[in-house]
Design a protein around this ligand. Structure first.
Ligand SMILES: [Ca+2]
Length: 168
């Protein structure tokens, strides 16, 4: 077991209208992200740790785990890695997508990762194991622009954030 957890996730960034034309900008893709934190008291060795989510093949299948990326190196205590969709670079992202993380990584794929109309789960897997050591899921249709926060084994809409979303 590693002291590494998914603590925040923004699955449904604002600005979907622009992407309906078919091309998401680097800033739009990078606004979809997940934060992974060292919640323990010692540095965590990231060797062999892989982030997965659930991909669906159609409207009715039950989905299967799909690899997003594998990490290397070590993560200091209290430090947060943010994994953004897309290729970056970091300097095109909006401030809210920079803030609150120590390291920024990109999936290097030109597509969004996290499901909107279906439920999804962030899972952290150690290579060679049959079960993830951390798993956190959210309900379908997360509100646009909202950063879900960890609560038990769920990622949930924080109290008060819907109003804040309307003001934006
Ligand atoms: Ca999404």
């Amino acid at each position: 077991m590693k002291n590494l957890q998914t603590v925040r996730l923004k699955p449904n960034p604002t600005g979907k209208d622009l992407t309906r034309r078919g091309v998401a900008t680097a800033a739009q893709l990078g606004a979809e992200w997940v934060d992974i934190k060292n919640v323990g008291r010692t540095p965590v060795d990231l060797t062999g740790v892989t982030l997965y989510h659930i991909a669906y093949a159609g409207a009715t299948d039950s989905g299967k785990w799909e690899k997003i990326m594998t990490f290397t190196g070590a993560l200091g205590l209290g430090k947060i890695i943010r994994v953004h969709a897309g290729n970056g670079p970091l300097n095109v992202l909006r401030p809210i997508d920079h803030q609150g993380a120590d390291f920024h990584l990109f999936t290097k794929r030109n597509s969004y990762v996290w499901n909107n109309v279906r439920s999804d789960c962030a899972a952290l897997w150690q290579a060679g194991k049959t079960q993830p050591f951390d798993k956190a899921c959210y309900s379908p249709n997360p509100p646009e622009g909202v950063i879900l926060i960890r609560s038990g084994d769920r990622l949930v809409v924080p109290a008060g954030s819907l109003l804040a979303g309307v003001r934006r």
